[in-house]
Design a protein around this ligand. Structure first.
Ligand code: ADP
Ligand code: ASP
Ligand code: MG
Length: 411
């Protein structure tokens, strides 16, 4: 008998009919004799709807109150799923994050899980109940409701699996696994049987929203066997694995990630003196704005240009901070660009192969796509390009690195 944590995403619980289907599926697992903890998201679109409501009151909703509100989405789906299970004769009980006691820090809207009380869950499982837990939410030490950031139900699933030492954490979603790139953008994307934690972590942090970054971090740290599967289609899905050896046969590049959420800021004609990077980025970090890519040009005329990217949501505040810095430093000007996108190739195979970056640049050059910024690490190369070329770039790279699915007969 195994203990399995199953997480169902927003589209999988998007309607009452789908929730009934999920209940059927859980019932089948239960009948095999497995212990099941289910984590669910809010119905698809619900979290966005709630955030929009809050924004009607004001552009910058109070983070604590926003959490009180957005956490309601998951409270609805846990109750509906528990009802659907009970209707089928499967004993079930639903819990909010607070009721389980998923303890988090107090960073509203992006809280981190600190501890999970597995007491109640174990008792319920022992008594034969399926436990249905609300994803995405927790409670801080003062009893305030917190949420874990968009896509956070994945993290709830993995964290519960870690706390309960589950045999597997299954992430059920609207695709049948992790693909070489988003299958909604590249029709020829291929499902991967396996991907390493390390690669999945890069893919997630570079924009592949199929798994939340923290869920992958958690799974790697606590060695939780993690699998991504389709909610309503049979199939093996994708196993996220520690073992690099097992995936040795894979190509150099495992996947291509992309992200439209960044914006670029440049401060021009800054006096080139020691400490200038700190003077520019110090105030940005003091304003709690995270910087991603950074480029500083070689100086001429004793001045330099300095460019960096931030999340688009932070663009306006970053621009204001930079204007102030520009005045203080006597820089020439500040310019910004929100029409950018970041495309990244990811693969542990890169470690043992030279020339991967130049192969990437060649593929982009052939399509006449200009590269604005570059950053590399041991297992990834990222470039910033003009947003309108994003899909073209992803498709060109997918082909250049031999990731395209073989044409099916009749294609
Ligand atoms: P859920 O609501 O189930 O959490 P998400 O929308 O968060 O689902 O994640 C699934 C989506 O992730 C897919 O519909 C797909 O468009 C997108 N996606 C992005 N990159 C990938 C990838 N490499 N492999 C599979 N899906 C991806
Ligand atoms: N409902 C939350 C969101 O839309 C959490 C999740 O779906 O994972 O971000
Ligand atoms: Mg998700």
């Amino acid at each position: 008998m195994a203990l399995i944590v199953q997480k169902f995403g927003g589209t999988s619980v998007g309607t009452v009919e789908r929730i009934e289907q999920v209940a059927e599926k859980v019932k089948k697992f239960r009948e095999r004799g497995d212990d099941i903890v289910v984590v669910v998201s809010a119905m698809s679109g619900e979290t966005n709807r709630l955030i929009e409501l809050a924004k009607q009151i004001g552009d910058q909703p109070v983070p604590r109150e926003l959490d009180v509100m957005v956490s309601t989405g998951e409270q609805v789906t846990i109750a509906l799923l528990a009802m659907a299970l009970i209707k089928r004769g499967v004993p079930a009980i639903s819990y909010t994050g607070n009721q389980v006691r998923i303890l988090t820090d107090s960073a509203h809207n992006k809280a981190r899980i600190l501890q999970i009380d597995d007491h109640k869950l174990r008792t319920d499982l022992k008594e034969g109940r399926v436990v249905v837990v609300a994803g995405f939410q927790g409670v801080d030490e003062h009893g305030n409701i917190t949420t874990l950031g968009r896509g956070g139900s994945d993290t709830t699933g993995v964290a519960l699996a870690a706390a309960l030492k589950a045999d597997e954490c299954q992430i059920y979603t609207d695709v049948d696994g992790v693909y070489t790139t988003d299958p909604r953008v590249v029709a020829k994307a291929q499902r991967l049987d396996k991907i390493t934690f390390e690669e999945m972590l890069e893919m997630a942090s570079l924009g592949s929203k199929v798994l939340q970054i923290r869920a992958v971090e958690f799974a790697g740290k606590y060695n939780v066997p993690l699998r991504v599967l389709h909610s309503f289609q049979e199939g093996p899905g994708t196993l996220i694995t520690i073992d690099e050896e097992e995936t040795m046969e894979q190509p150099i590049i495992s996947g291509i990630a992309f992200n439209r959420d960044e914006a670029k800021l440049t401060i021009r004609g800054v006096p080139d003196v020691p400490g200038v990077a700190f003077k520019i980025l110090g105030p940005i970090s003091a304003a709690n704005i995270e910087v991603d890519m950074i480029v500083q040009n070689i100086a001429h005329d004793n001045t330099t240009d300095f460019t960096f990217t931030v999340h688009r949501n932070d663009y306006q505040s970053a621009q204001q901070v930079l204007e102030n810095t520009s005045r203080e430093l006597g820089a020439r000007e500040v310019v910004g660009d929100t029409n950018i996108a970041k495309v990244s190739i990811v693969g542990v195979g890169m470690r043992s192969h030279a020339g991967v970056a130049s192969q990437m640049f060649e593929a982009l050059a052939k399509e006449n796509i200009n590269i604005q910024m570059i950053s590399t690490s041991e297992i990834k190369v990222s470039v910033v390009i003009e947003e309108k070329y994003l899909e073209l770039a992803v498709r060109a790279l997918h082909t250049a690195f031999d990731l395209d699915a073989p044409a099916r007969q009749g294609d």
